[in-house]
Write a protein that binds this ligand. Structure first.
Ligand SMILES: Nc1nc2c(ncn2[C@@H]2O[C@H](COP(=O)(O)OP(=O)(O)OP(=O)(O)O)[C@@H](O)[C@H]2O)c(=O)[nH]1
Ligand SMILES: [Mg+2]
Length: 229
C-alpha cells in the first residue's frame, strides 16, 4: 500500500521532520519569553509589526514615530531579507535602527531579536518597533517577546486577504487596514475586512488607516497602548 501523503518519514520509516519543527517552535517560545522579561525589566514597550509585502508597515511605523518622537525614546528593529532600504528610511526620522537581514528566512525569530536587543541601550528606550519580514504566514508561528502584535494589511491586496490567512489574525492585538483612500477604486470594503477579522479574533482592534493622508495613525498608536503626546 502507498504511504499516506501527509506524513514525513526518513528512509527507515522514522518520523523526524515533524518533531524537529516542534522543537524549533518550543525553543523560539522559550527565547521569546526571555526577551519579554528583559523588555519588561527595562520598561520598554515592543511592538511586532507584521503584514504582507508592501502593505505599509514601514510607512505606518514612520507615521507612529512622528506622533510619538517628542515624548518617547524610540528605536526600530528592521527585519529585511537583504536590503537596508527601510532602515535608511527610519534613520532619516532621526531614530536609531538595528538591521536584521534574515537571508533566506521569511520571518524574524526570537533568537534574532535577542541578538538585536544586545545591541540596544534598553534602559534609555521607551518603545521599540520591530518590522517583521513582509509575509502573512510564517511570522504568525514565531512570537518575538513583544507586548503587542500589529498586523498591517492594505485594500490593494483584495477582499479575501483576511479569510485566506486566519493564523496571523488570531494572534493580532491590532489590525490596520491601510491604503483606505484607495478602497473605492479597488472595489474593497474596509468594513468587510474588519468584520472578517472580528470573526477570527473578536479581541483584535481594527483601524482603517491611510499613511498617505495620515488618517487613522493616531488611533493605531492609542490601540497599541502607546502614550500619545
Ligand atoms: N496610496 C497609498 N500608498 C501607501 C500607503 N501606505 C504606504 N503606501 C505606499 O506603499 C508602498 C509600500 O509601503 P511600505 O511602507 O514600504 O510597505 P512595507 O509593508 O513596509 O513593505 P515591505 O517592507 O517591502 O514589505 C510605498 O510606495 C508607500 O508609499 C497608503 O496609505 N496609501
Ligand atoms: Mg517595510
Amino acid at each position: 500500500m502507498d504511504k499516506p501523503v501527509d506524513i514525513v518519514t526518513s528512509a527507515d520509516g522514522e518520523v523526524f521532520d515533524i518533531e524537529l519543527e516542534v522543537d524549533i517552535l518550543k525553543e523560539n517560545q522559550r527565547l521569546a519569553l526571555e526577551n519579554k522579561q528583559r523588555l519588561e525589566k527595562s520598561k520598554v514597550q515592543a511592538i511586532d509589526v507584521m503584514g504582507s509585502v508592501g502593505s505599509g508597515k514601514t510607512s505606518l511605523i514612520r507615521g507612529m514615530i512622528s506622533i510619538l518622537k517628542n515624548k518617547s525614546r524610540i528605536a526600530v528593529i528592521e527585519g529585511d531579507v537583504t536590503t537596508t532600504i527601510d532602515s535608511d528610511l527610519i534613520a532619516s526620522e532621526g531614530v536609531p535602527t538595528v538591521q536584521v537581514n534574515t537571508g533566506k528566512e521569511c520571518h524574524l525569530d526570537a533568537n534574532l531579536i535577542r541578538k538585536a536587543l544586545d545591541r540596544m541601550p534598553l534602559d534609555k528606550l521607551d518603545v521599540i518597533f520591530i518590522e517583521n519580514v513582509g509575509n502573512l504566514i510564517c511570522p504568525a508561528e514565531f512570537p518575538l517577546g513583544s507586548d503587542k502584535r500589529l498586523v498591517v494589511i492594505s485594500v490593494t491586496e483584495g477582499p479575501y486577504m483576511v479569510l485566506k490567512h486566519p493564523m496571523i489574525f488570531m494572534g493580532a492585538d491590532v489590525v490596520a487596514i491601510n491604503k483606505s483612500e484607495l478602497a473605492q477604486a479597488m472595489g474593497v470594503e474596509p468594513k468587510k475586512l474588519s468584520s472578517d477579522v472580528a470573526k477570527i479574533n473578536p479581541k483584535a482592534v481594527t483601524v482603517s488607516t491611510s499613511c498617505k493622508i495620515g488618517s487613522g495613525v493616531e488611533e493605531v498608536v492609542r490601540a497599541l497602548g502607546l502614550h500619545v503626546a
